[in-house]
Ligand binder design. Structure first.
Ligand SMILES: NC(=O)c1ccc[n+]([C@@H]2O[C@H](COP(=O)([O-])OP(=O)(O)OC[C@H]3O[C@@H](n4cnc5c(N)ncnc54)[C@H](OP(=O)(O)O)[C@@H]3O)[C@@H](O)[C@H]2O)c1
Length: 303
């Protein structure tokens, strides 16, 4: 009987969390890994009891082995951060994901959960790839699909690595910092992705994922200031500069990242309710993230 769920992107931030959730529920999980995957991440999967299969989205024949005997596939893979030789938006996010959908169909997979991202007004090669894969999955003939469209992950976009430096109480804001976004924790996205397998209302559905509140970067700075009693210093990247960065980008990855930054400046709320209702889950709040960060980094907490 087919029962295993194969996770493609398992060595990444989100895929790793999905594997953890599925294993915590006692479900059998298979992860696609590459010889170049970060060894500590592969070890963590093994320790959690995840079966490993070698594969690469660029190597079509390897995808058959990943899909073989799987009841469900959850794909979170993207070339945007963990780039290896030959990885690109075209080769991985577009052609690789299309090949995976096709391999899943051939293997008789019952359910395919694809992690896309929320619609953005500013178009980019990454968005075009995501939408093309969504369309292909919907038409694939795979009995059940779930397309999840999360908005920006708090742990990525509200972190020092992207200029939101809670350690130094300094933020580099996109535009005015007032663009409203429903930031979501990747841990919540992982819970939704795992829950989709068992939630009939999430089958054959396209669901936006986000926090309940749309907040600007500036609102999040205020939350940190209120909770820590520490005043932040701010720097703004003018909207015009972000538009110039987008217009001047020649590489598809640079263009996609520039589009994502411009979208932060412009804002664009999503509707998280249908997903919350379909899976009976409620995402955590940005203020929970603020509390967690202050506690984890032993930062001063005001009264
Ligand atoms: N970050 C955000 O704010 C955000 C918001 C909305 C949606 N998303 C979406 O969420 C998903 C997960 O993001 P994440 O943060 O977990 O990404 P991540 O940490 O960068 O992980 C990417 C994963 O993709 C795998 N991968 C890359 N190229 C591959 C290839 N050629 N063949 C097989 N696997 C390949 C990587 O494997 P290796 O370890 O082997 O390189 C890794 O497991 C992505 O689809 C992203 O578009 C992200």
């Amino acid at each position: 009987m087919k029962h295993v769920t194969a996770v493609v992107g398992a060595t990444g931030l989100l895929g790793g969390a999905i594997c953890k959730h599925l294993r915590a529920s006692g479900l059998p999980v298979r992860a696609m890994v590459r010889p170049t995957s970060e060894p500590s991440r592969v070890e963590r999967l093994e320790e959690a009891g995840v079966e490993l299969r070698q594969g690469d989205l660029k190597a079509r024949s390897s995808l058959d082995g990943v899909c073989e005997g799987a009841r469900a596939i959850i794909s979170t893979a993207t070339s945007t951060v963990s780039r290896q030789a030959g990885d690109s938006i075209q080769a991985v996010d577009l052609e690789g994901q299309l090949a995976l959908v096709e391999a899943a169909r051939r293997a008789g997979v019952e359910h395919f959960v694809f992690v896309s991202f929320a619609p953005m007004e500013v178009d980019s090669p990454l968005q075009q790839a995501k939408r093309a894969v969504e369309q292909s999955l919907m038409r694939s003939g795979i009995p059940r699909y779930t397309i999840l469209q999360p908005t920006y992950f708090t742990e990525v976009w509200l972190s020092p690595a992207l200029g939101f430096d809670f350690l130094k109480a300094h933020a580099r804001l996109c535009g005015t910092g007032r663009g409203g976004l429903n930031w979501i924790s990747f841990e919540d996205v992982a819970r939704f992705a795992a829950a989709a397998l068992e939630s009939p209302r999430a089958w054959n559905a396209v669901l936006q994922l986000g926090g309940e509140e749309a907040l600007g970067q500036l609102d999040v700075v205020r939350l940190f200031e209120e909770r820590s009693g520490r005043r932040w210093t701010l720097e703004h990247i003018p909207e015009q500069a972000l538009r110039e960065q987008l217009d001047g980008a020649t590489d598809p990855l640079q263009r996609s990242l520039a589009a994502l930054m411009l979208h932060v400046a412009l804002g664009g709320p999503v509707n998280p309710r249908p997903a919350m209702e379909a899976m009976a889950l409620r995402p955590s709040r940005v203020r929970d993230y603020v509390e967690r960060v202050l506690a984890d980094h032993h930062l001063p907490v005001g009264v």
